[in-house]
Every structure is written in C-alpha cells, then in structure tokens.
Design a protein around this ligand. Structure first.
Ligand code: CTP
Length: 401
C-alpha cells in the first residue's frame, strides 16, 4: 500500500523549529511527507534540514521544477495538508485565497483535509482580523487548532504557542484516520469534557481519590479537536500532556470541577462528563497534618456528599439543546445499573463500562455500551479509547441542535 501523502506547510515563525519534530514523527510513522516552507520560514530553518528529514526537495516558489507543475500536483496528490506553524499572515492568505507562493497555491489545489496549527503573539491571535480569518477557515471545513498558552518568544506569555509537536501529530493521525470524506462534523461546536479523577483533601498531605487516569477524557478531547470542535477540557489530577487545540482548565476537587464545568457549559453545545468525580468529601479539612496519638484509635472520617455535576448540568441545561453525556463505571449488573443511572442522572447519553482493579482504569483500551435516553443502545467493541471516543461523537454530532 502507498504511504499516506502529507504536505507539511511551514510558515515564517520561530516555532518553525518545532515543525522538524512533527516532520520526524510523520515520516517515522510511515507517511510520505513533502515539506513546503514559505520564504520567511527558511529564515528560521533552512532547506537542507527540510529535505534531509523528509527525503524530498523542499521548494518554496512555484518557479522551481515548473515542468512538473508542482503548484497544482502537490496539493492534488495530498491526503492531508498540515500547516505548522501557521502565522497570522498565512491564515489571512489562506482565508482570502491568495496564491503567491508554493504553499498558498497548494492550499488552493488541495481537496484533502487541511489542519492549521497557528502560532503567534497573543495580540495577533486575538486581533479581530485573525479571528475572522480563523472562523472563515473553520467554516470551510479546515481544522484550526487553538494555540497553546505559555511562554512566547521573548519574555511574554499568553495564548499563541504552537502546541506540542507530538500532540499536533495526534491531530493529524486522527484526521487522516477519518479519511477524505469524513466531514469536520463538530466544526463550530463547543464541547466541554471533564477528565481524570477528583481528589478530596483530608489535610495538607492526604486526600480521598480514585484510580482514573484521564485517558478516556483526553481521547475525547483529541478526537473532538480533529473533528473541528472547540474543546474545553476540565482536567482533574492527570499526568497527561495537554491535547493540541484544547483549552485545558485544571481542577483538583469535585467542587472546583463543578464550577469550571458550569462556567464552560454556558455557551457549550455538549458536555461530556468522563471524569470520575468523588461522591463524597471529608466533612472537615484539617489545616495541619493529622497526627497519630499514642494508644488511641484513629477518629472515624466523617464524609459529606459532593454536588452531582452530571445531574445538575442535565437538569439546568445552560442552553436549550445542550446535549449531556455521562459515563458510568460499574462493577456488576452493568446494563441494568446503566439504564437506571441514565434515568436518574437525566442525561441524553450514558457510556457504561465495566471497571475493576485490572479493567479500564489506566489502560489504553476500553469496551462499553452507550445508552441513549431515546432508547439507543450501541455496543462498543474492545479497542482503543480513541475509537470509543469517535463512536461517541458519531452519536453526539447528529443529536446536536
Ligand atoms: N458524576 C458527577 N458528579 C458526581 C459523581 C458523578 O458529575 N458527584 C458523573 C461522572 O462524571 C459520570 C457519572 O456521573 O459521568 C456517573 O458516575 P458514577 O460514579 O459511575 O455514578 P454515581 O452517580 O456515583 O453512582 P453510584 O455511586 O451509585 O455508582
């Protein structure tokens, strides 16, 4: 089988050096990559690097090897075009259909999925001109990954960093896996996903927690970005890298998670509660470390109920048409408990999976049944958590108002 053909467009920003890492990930995982840098990109990383790493010459202008008509052929042959970093100038050119070099010509001739990974200073990203260009590109079906927040060139920090190359690679992999016909069916949608497990502190060094790794929630975030959604990921106590394109809000406790989810849900189209939220928290928090006392049994730990975020979001829908999805972790009577929980929580879809000490928690794979309040019942065979995530979005997308 032919290797999937990827065009890596590189525009002129300091983050061009990170595109070398993306290029390596793509070639090492069996993709045939043509790099098309802009003239300004070559100020940051030279042609020799791009051609050596890709195994192809890296042309910038349409005037090289003209007899091969590269300005048309490269785009036509591609299975995926990814532009990383995409500067404000590149986004403007792409949105307006300008074609004054090889990359912009390639963008006009490509009929495959296109992913832009913008990187620029916060002011440029937030400027209405850039935001309108991004909205135009998204409306036309391109995946524009939200920049990450963090240190920018120089001393300033803010939104505008190129996400981790490994995470951009994951977006490319998911977009390619969905194939040329798969629409970006979550484009224009805002989805809120909770992930991980809450920790309820007893004292400054101890907490009540659970074994959730957050992998299923992160897989949901990655797949939603690849399908074009704006993603808010409310993450509790995970040790996973931020998925490219997701706005990550870190929380610790159930109460903090409730606040973050309700805030993000205000303008959301869907809320997916994949997090393992502690049902109870210690009634009292000891501000100093609890000490053992010689000859005395420990005092029992009194617990109080935590808010049920899923039930609350389901009951008070922030917007008419807001779709709410819950997860149920069950150890026995999986289906019967799942059906009862779907009714009790009042959500639209419930992903029911069987958990145990060796099942699901922390693993890369999952197996589940998705139940719908409309009677739907879809079995998800054992497989990667990303497959379950995509299947869930397949059910969510047509149900969105
Ligand atoms: N959930 C929530 N807030 C809580 C507890 C759970 O939002 N305080 C959400 C979880 O994110 C998940 C769903 O509710 O989407 C189911 O959680 P689970 O712990 O399996 O169910 P419980 O309601 O705790 O029911 P039980 O303890 O009886 O199994």
């Amino acid at each position: 089988m032919d290797k999937p053909k990827v065009v890596l467009g590189v525009s002129g920003g300091i983050a061009a050096y990170k595109a070398c890492e993306l290029l390596r990930r793509l070639t090492e995982s069996g993709h045939d990559v043509r790099v098309v840098p802009t003239a300004s990109a070559l100020h940051f990383v030279g042609e020799a690097t791009w051609s050596a790493l890709s195994g192809h010459p890296a042309a910038t202008e349409v005037w090289e090897t003209v007899h091969e008509v590269p300005h048309v052929r490269i785009g036509q042959a591609a299975d995926l075009v990814v532009v990383a970093p995409a500067t404000a100038d590149m986004l403007a050119k792409a949105a307006h259909g300008l074609a004054d070099d090889l990359l912009t010509n390639t963008l006009l001739t490509a009929r495959c999925p296109v992913v832009f990974a913008p990187a620029m200073h916060t002011e440029m990203w937030e400027h209405p001109a850039t935001q309108e260009n991004v909205a135009t590109l998204r409306r036309r079906g391109a995946v524009v990954i939200e920049p990450a927040v963090g240190r920018l060139t120089g001393v300033d920090t803010g939104k505008g960093r190129l996400p981790d190359p490994e995470e951009i690679f994951e977006v490319c992999r998911r977009v390619l896996a969905r194939g040329p016909q798969s629409g970006r069916d979550l484009a224009g949608r805002h989805v809120v996903i909770s992930a991980g497990g809450t920790r309820e502190p007893l004292d400054p060094v101890r907490f009540l927690g659970n074994r959730s790794s957050g992998k299923q929630g992160y897989a949901l975030a990655r797949t939603a970005v690849a399908r074009g959604a704006r993603v808010t990921l409310v993450s509790a106590n995970t040790a996973l890298p931020d998925p490219a394109g997701a706005d990550v809000v870190r929380v610790g406790t159930a109460v903090q998670m409730r606040e973050a989810v309700l805030k993000a849900a205000a303008d959301a189209d869907a809320v997916v509660m994949a997090a393992a939220v502690a049902d109870f928290r210690p009634a009292e928090y000891a501000s100093g470390k609890i000490k053992k006392k010689d000859g005395q049994e420990p005092a029992p730990v009194a617990l109080v109920r935590n808010p049920d975020i899923l039930a609350e979001v389901s009951a008070d829908r922030a917007r008419p048409g807001l779709l709410v999805v819950g997860f149920a972790a069950e150890t026995d009577d999986v289906l019967a408990n799942g059906r009862a929980k779907l009714r009790r929580k009042g959500c639209d879809l419930l992903v029911v999976n069987e958990v145990g000490e060796t099942k699901t928690f922390g693993s890369e794979e999952n197996e589940a049944v998705i139940l719908g309040s409309d009677g739907a019942e879809v079995s998800v065979p054992h497989g990667p958590k990303e497959d379950l995530a995509d299947l869930l979005w397949d059910l969510v997308a047509p149900r969105l108002a």
